[in-house]
Design a protein around this ligand. Structure first.
Ligand code: FE2
Ligand code: FE2
Length: 197
């Protein structure tokens, strides 16, 4: 495999694991919301249906690109379910803070990948761009429903950091090697709203 093919294989591995984790987060939140937050069910159920589609798409794209699911899928399943349960028990606002934190992390990773895949794997680039549009919808919905609160920042930071750590651990550092292989993005640190199209 060329270094480029290795990076594409790692992109699929990271994304497939991430989507699996997202499914488990939303399923745990749905489980609790059936009892405590019925008004969130429509959003959570539509969102998890998107994540299931994303997970399947990445799984199907693997064979042709010499990629396989990451060895620590159980970690994603367990961690995702625990995070979903914890935030849903904390309340509706914690669910939205969690959704925004996870989706923001996903959005950033996908943006880097789209940049890398341009001219290298157009089919995968287009598929990821479609997925990114749905992830952005999840992010914007969550951000629009977050109420100000003293715990928001701490919870959001904890989720972002732990998501990054699990991504790194579960791929044995593949994500770091992937990021080193990607071109630097000058707009990467800018808030979403201020980026040029
Ligand atoms: Fe997704
Ligand atoms: Fe999402």
């Amino acid at each position: 495999m060329t270094p480029e093919q290795k990076t594409i294989s790692r992109i699929l591995k990271v994304n497939h694991a991430g989507e699996y984790g997202a499914i488990r987060i939303y399923r745990a939140q749905i489980f609790v919301s059936r009892h405590l937050h019925k008004d969130l069910l429509a959003f959570l159920e539509e969102t998890v249906s998107h994540e299931v589609d994303h997970c399947r798409m990445f799984r199907e794209a693997m064979a042709a690109r010499h990629s396989r699911p990451c060895y620590a899928m159980w970690l994603w399943g367990l961690g995702g379910y625990a995070l979903g349960l914890m935030t849903a028990i904390m309340g509706k606002n914690a669910i939205m803070v969690c959704t925004a934190a996870v989706e923001r992390t996903v959005h950033r990773h996908l943006e880097e990948q789209i940049d890398f895949l341009a001219g290298r794997d157009e089919a995968l680039k287009v598929a990821i761009a479609d997925i990114q549009a749905q992830e952005l919808g999840h992010l914007l919905h969550a951000e629009a429903h977050i109420r100000p609160g003293p715990l928001n920042r701490g919870l959001s930071s904890a989720i972002c950091v732990s998501t990054e750590v699990v991504i790194w651990l579960s791929t044995q550092g593949a994500v770091s090697r992937m990021q080193r292989a990607l071109s630097p993005l000058p707009q990467q640190s800018m808030p979403l709203g201020e980026r040029q199209p």
